[in-house]
Design a binder for this molecule. Structure first.
Ligand SMILES: Cc1cc2nc3c(=O)[nH]c(=O)nc-3n(C[C@H](O)[C@H](O)[C@H](O)COP(=O)(O)OP(=O)(O)OC[C@H]3O[C@@H](n4cnc5c(N)ncnc54)[C@H](O)[C@@H]3O)c2cc1C
Length: 204
């Protein structure tokens, strides 16, 4: 298990497991052409060509698969779970009691009021539980800055699609912090693919 990377004030991302890597992409591509690797330079050139080629030969990148563990505010998770090509399982507030943990933005006006509101909502949540409310109904009083946890299994192609949208400057700043952390993990795990993706997709 790899170390978690801290994101925002209380969140993190962690690579739990991965299958394949740049080698899996090369294997996928070479079977198509019935070719063999002549050198590591030739393999690198092949991946770089595949990333920028049109139309995309995307399936070769789907042989590399990651499973991440993520802790983020519910509003980030709501955006993240819109990405359909991947598999998620999230901690359920029907079955679990919410922890008193919520995202606090840095240095904003009225931060006190924001925090007081969040604390009061947790006080009310607690009172409702004690009064016999079901967890699934009592959670309705909590805000979307409450932290949630999920695991995400995603192949490298879908991961790059997510990065191209959530690392983009038009994405919400908080979500971009997660994209930045995962881009760092991606670069370590698949250095050739990630470098080509940065050069031809993210920076283009
Ligand atoms: C900056 C930003 C702002 C956004 N604002 C909003 C918003 O205001 N409201 C809102 O509802 N959403 C919003 N979204 C979410 C956005 O519309 C997408 O749902 C989300 O980014 C997932 O992207 P995706 O479909 O490419 O990913 P995935 O769901 O992982 O799909 C990957 C790819 O698979 C293909 N695919 C998957 N499913 C289908 C399908 N049913 N039909 C055809 N092709 C498919 C597509 O090529 C797709 O790109 C926003 C996203 C961003 C990045």
């Amino acid at each position: 298990m790899n170390e978690p990377h801290t994101v925002l004030d209380k969140g993190w991302v962690q690579l739990e497991e991965m299958m394949g890597g740049d080698e899996a992409v090369i294997r996928g591509a070479r079977i198509c052409y019935q070719s063999t690797s002549s050198s590591s330079d030739a393999d690198e050139r092949l991946i770089r060509r595949l990333i920028r080629s049109e139309p995309k030969h995307n399936t070769v990148f789907e042989h590399a698969v990651f499973r991440f563990s993520v802790k983020c505010p519910i509003f980030v998770a709501r955006q993240w779970l819109r990405h359909r090509i991947g598999t998620f399982n999230e901690r359920s507030l029907r079955y679990c009691i919410a922890k008193r943990e919520y995202y606090v933005p840095a240095e904003r006006e009225n931060l006190d009021a924001y925090q007081k509101h969040m604390e009061r909502s947790f006080d009310l949540y607690q009172r409702l539980l004690e009064a016999g409310w079901r967890r699934e109904q009592a959670r309705g009083v909590l805000g979307t800055s409450v932290y949630t946890e999920f695991i995400w299994t995603v192949n490298a192609w879908s991961l790059m699609n997510w990065l191209s949208k959530r690392y983009h400057k038009s994405a919400q700043w908080e979500h971009r912090q997660y994209a930045d952390a995962i881009l760092g993990i991606f670069k370590e795990a698949m250095p050739i693919t990630a470098a080509a993706f940065e050069e031809y997709v993210l920076k283009s």
